[in-house]
Design a protein around this ligand. Sequence first.
Ligand code: GUN
Length: 310
Amino acid sequence: MATLLRDSGARAQLIDGKAGGQIVDEAARAAASALTLDLGRAPALAVVLVGEDPASQVYVRNKVRRTTAAGLTSIEHRLAADTSREALLALVDQLNRDDAIDGILVQLPLPDHLDATEVVEAIDPHKDVDGLTARSAGALVQGAPGLRPCTPSGCVWLARQALGDLTGKSVVVIGRSILVGKPAALLFLQENCTVTLAHSRTRDLPAVCAEADILIPAVGRPEMVRGDWIKPGATVIDVGINRIDGAGGKPRLVGDACLSEAIEVADFVTPVPGGVGPMTIAMLLANCCAAAAARAGRSRPEALAEILPA
Ligand code: GUN
């Protein structure tokens, strides 16, 4: 496998998530191709977007493009921002019943009048390619088979590319969201790491972070993690994607860690953009192929063996 490590010009090597995303997309393409031969149809992913949140629109457009490029079928449902609870739940029910659909993703955040938890819980757990239902979360806690959330799976995969076996590493995850922080903590635990889940009420956060072999900021605060929060030689897997005003008022994307400081201290750092971001859709495609295989009573495609956590 091609190395994902790039020179940063300082102490750290950068972990190239764009190249990582391409490797995982390629594995999903191989899995989709094998499943298409076996099942007589391609694995199919349905995406539901409610409203016109600009970031979600960009994300969904990329999702559709990469789904199709990997040989999966992409089904898109774009609903008006004022869509009723009943109409959205009826659509999820229709997608649950449609045997030709393997994965359902309802793009978050939803407009304020809709309850995201209720809508996510309506998704058939066998089609829960986001890994967000209580059933999927429970399976993760138990270490039982199931679909795992995409962004945390991408974090584990990138850390493994840089470090190999993660057994015994101390991991600090900052942020306790359902989408990233909590599942990331459990996935690194499954890799035999010693995990601390830190959050906004953690006392002396810089000191806690400085103990980490692997630091995973996932809070959405631009450049919060400074160089002196990082243990020399650590690995920083930065989940944050924050838009700030750069030079001349031009918008610029930065992570939750200050990249220019992190690369002076750490051994491995994911950049923003081009780090964790591109991994999420790649893991979604892998999950959709895994869901298609499981729903058809097949074992997980060989091409995904090194990609998805157990
Ligand atoms: N919004 C931002 N990231 C995600 C994700 O991974 N899944 C869903 N459903 N919505 C998101």
